[in-house]
Design a binder for this molecule. Structure first.
Ligand SMILES: Nc1ncnc2c1ncn2[C@@H]1O[C@H](COP(=O)(O)OP(=O)(O)OP(=O)(O)O)[C@@H](O)[C@H]1O
Ligand SMILES: [Mg+2]
Length: 362
């Protein structure tokens, strides 16, 4: 599947733009603040119905305007076409349509057009608290598994009900009802996370080795209390503590991904470029898994290609993604000369878009 044509109205600093895209590599170059990342985010929006950068719908409407509208025309590998429209009005809210028909729920759309993004914002996956990594994991698995997203939404709903109840009551039977519901969804989520990370791990290691020229060894592990103890038992064991704290102190909402380099925590002992390489390897592995499971190559968004990577690693990255294993790619960089030099050296065909002031000028 690839995006053939993108239309934008009032999306961030982009007033109005129509943009044909190639099935292979599409480059966006221009100065800082020109709007390159905004184009990337628009493509992400059409797949995930939200910003990749934590901007709210309201913040994504161009200043002084009332709405934004994004339209994507996609072509499947078998020739079928797909039209997705995502619009948001300050007063009317968000509407998502597939081939003219509105979705009942936005979550029904997630996964139809798989997308994987690599951007400087990924750094928060290494530097921030565990909930950032859980959010990432949820996003990945949701694109592969509709049931997973539903389980997470149900789990979160029961969790907040249980937490609310812990502030006002302590009835054993009541808590047991919550516990059973949490355990049912929680065990399912745990099993899927474990399975996903298990499959991801060897692929991340392989990609990292290729990016770094086998300089360092990395590890990716899934850590969860549920790996040692069944959830229901955990909940019963921590009940007294929950009543004292007035919230649920154990469960899959405390899971984490452990990232290590040469046996040590990546956050403390990885250089900036090593951390970035880890994240790139992680995203490429995610890409591989989606392709394998869905038989559909995601759209790959490489925002700020040279961010923290040395030329050797950027070249290796381009070599990796320009092969047959990858499909459509959107790349941004502020330096046209540098980007063209790298792509030229790999002899891969590409289309160049020059971005200025929220528009494509060439
Ligand atoms: N809702 C909005 N309305 C108008 N302008 C906006 C809105 N949201 C963001 N912008 C503007 O978009 C610009 C940033 O665009 P973008 O992040 O795409 O730049 P970029 O080309 O990727 O730059 P860099 O090279 O620094 O990454 C900023 O000038 C920002 O103020
Ligand atoms: Mg940018």
């Amino acid at each position: 599947m690839y995006l053939k044509r993108l239309s934008l109205i009032n999306f961030k600093n982009i007033g109005q733009q129509e943009l044909p895209l190639a099935a292979g590599i599409n480059c966006f170059v221009g100065d800082n603040g020109a709007g390159k990342t905004n184009f990337i985010d628009a493509v992400y929006y059409l797949s995930m119905s939200k910003s990749a950068f934590g901007m709210t719908d309201t913040q994504s409407v161009r200043h002084g305007e009332e709405f934004f509208l994004l339209e994507g025309q996609y072509a499947h590998a078998d020739g079928r076409n797909e039209q997705i429209v995502c619009s948001f009005a300050r007063r009317g809210g968000k509407v998502l349509k597939r081939n003219g028909k509105e979705y009942d729920r936005l979550s029904e759309h997630v996964g139809l057009i798989p997308v994987v993004i690599v951007s400087p914002a990924d750094a928060s996956l290494v530097s921030d608290a565990a909930d950032e990594r859980r959010r990432y994991l949820n996003g990945c698995i949701s694109q592969l598994d509709r049931g997973y997203l539903n389980a997470v939404m149900r789990y979160n709903a029961v969790l907040s009900e249980r937490n609310r109840y812990l502030k006002i009551g302590s009835d054993e039977d009541m808590l047991l009802i919550y516990d059973r519901q949490l355990a049912e969804q929680g065990q399912l989520i745990h099993a899927k996370r474990q399975e996903f990370v298990g499959r991801l791990q060897p692929v991340v290691e392989t990609y990292y080795a290729r990016l770094s020229g086998e300089r360092e060894r990395i590890e990716l592990l899934y850590r969860s209390e549920l790996s040692e103890t069944p959830f229901l038992e955990l909940l019963q064991r921590s009940r007294q503590r929950d009543l004292v704290n007035q919230f649920t102190t154990s469960g899959i909402h405390r899971d984490d991904l452990v990232l290590r380099i040469n046996g040590y925590p990546l956050r403390k002992f990885g250089s900036q470029g090593q951390q970035k390489s880890f994240l790139v390897a992680l995203k490429l592995a995610q890409y591989r898994l989606v392709d394998e499971q869905r038989g559909e190559k995601p759209i790959l968004l490489l925002d700020d290609l040279f961010d923290k990577l040395d030329t050797g690693r950027v070249e290796q990255l381009i070599r990796l993604v320009s092969g047959d294993d990858f499909g459509q790619i959107l790349i941004t960089d502020c330096n046209k000369v540098r980007l063209e030099r790298i792509l030229g050296r790999q002899k891969c065909p590409y289309v160049l878009n020059v971005v200025e002031n929220g528009g494509i000028i060439r």
